[in-house]
Design a protein around this ligand. Structure first.
Ligand code: NCD
Length: 317
């Protein structure tokens, strides 16, 4: 099936067919990743550079493994937050790396829009690994694959996204994806953590968790993004947990077979009760991590196929 995007910058720019193409290919990588021999050759001979201007554990590890399993030469650069000087520095760094002829550039940056800007300047395929509060496309894709596997479908589901929506790129990307696939989305959280212009998102908004969770199929929890808050958005952590933390009592309002998700890293006892996070009958948090590697392999495989086709065309001109 044709997959035409040159970069993976956000779910906003993908069609439902693009999304399904990535997820279907990811399924084959889930199988490969469960074998002892995990090598695939889709990126053989290619160079992948991971440029992370913000801390990351699972996303960086996941992209690194994904590239290595597909046979790429992978280099990861952790650029400390303190060394960011915005704008020019980012582009300068990118241009320097671009001169080394990478094929794939995976970028995480604290400023919204930074990765789109960078993609305009380089010759390779760029994957957004999270930019500010804008988008985190591979997270939404791995969430979608997890949901599809648990629920058997990715449409007409009631999905609650709970907590710090305003500062969350995970929420934004998931809202785009779940809307494109025709699901019903509820956003639950304090008014102070709802983005402005929320009415444009095609969602229902709830402040009361007990009301919002009623009969949902999927409960997606979010971390409080303290690093993106410039003031007090919540009364106290204790109060927040009392009203918006996921407890067994609140979860009982959802459907009996509702799944619980969290992108990690989790603050146990702040946004989610530790026992629920560990409950293998409800929580799919570990599956999300597993799906993350497969989805990143599929995304890079498809972008690499596009690169090869483009290069062949150029060579024949
Ligand atoms: C998320 C991120 O970085 O946006 N984490 C992740 O990628 N696993 C969510 C978060 O930091 O809360």
């Amino acid at each position: 099936m044709a997959f035409s995007p040159k970069h993976l910058l956000g779910i906003e720019y993908l069609s439902p067919t693009d999304i399904i193409t990535i997820l279907d290919l990811a399924e084959t990588y889930v199988q490969l990743n469960r074998k002892e021999q995990k090598q695939g050759g889709a990126l053989s001979g290619m160079t992948q550079i991971n440029m992370f201007f913000e801390n990351s554990t699972r996303t960086l590890a996941s992209f690194e493994l994904a590239g290595k399993r597909l046979g790429a030469d992978v280099m990861s650069l952790a650029v400390g937050a303190s060394s960011i000087k915005k704008g020019e520095t980012l582009i300068d760094t990118a241009m320097t790396l671009n001169a080394m002829n990478p094929d794939l550039l995976v970028v995480r940056h604290p400023q919204s829009g930074a990765v789109n800007l960078l993609a305009e300047k380089v010759n390779c395929a760029v994957l957004n690994a999270g930019d500010g509060r804008h988008e985190h496309p591979t997270q939404a894709l791995l969430d979608a694959l997890t949901i599809r596997r648990a629920k058997g479908r990715l449409h007409r589901l009631n999905v609650a996204i709970c907590g710090d929506i305003a500062h969350s790129r995970v929420a934004r990307s998931n809202i785009f994806l779940l809307n494109k696939m025709e699901n019903r989305i509820r956003l639950i959280g304090p008014q102070t953590l709802m983005p402005s212009g929320i009415n444009k998102f095609g969602v229902e908004v709830y402040e009361d968790m007990n009301e919002g969770l009623k009969d949902v199929d999927v409960v997606m929890m979010l971390r409080l993004q303290n690093e993106r808050m410039d003031g007090a958005f919540i009364p106290s952590k204790r109060e927040y947990y009392y009203r918006w933390g996921l407890t067994a009592e609140k979860l009982a309002k959802a459907k009996k077979d509702a799944i619980v998700m969290h992108p990690g890293p989790m603050n146990r006892g702040v946004e989610i009760d530790g026992d629920i996070a560990d409950d293998i009958n409800r929580s799919v948090i570990q599956e999300q991590v597993e799906m993350g590697v497969a989805v990143r392999m599929a995304s890079m495989d498809l972008l690499a196929q596009g690169l090869r086709t483009h290069r062949t065309k150029l060579a024949n001109i």
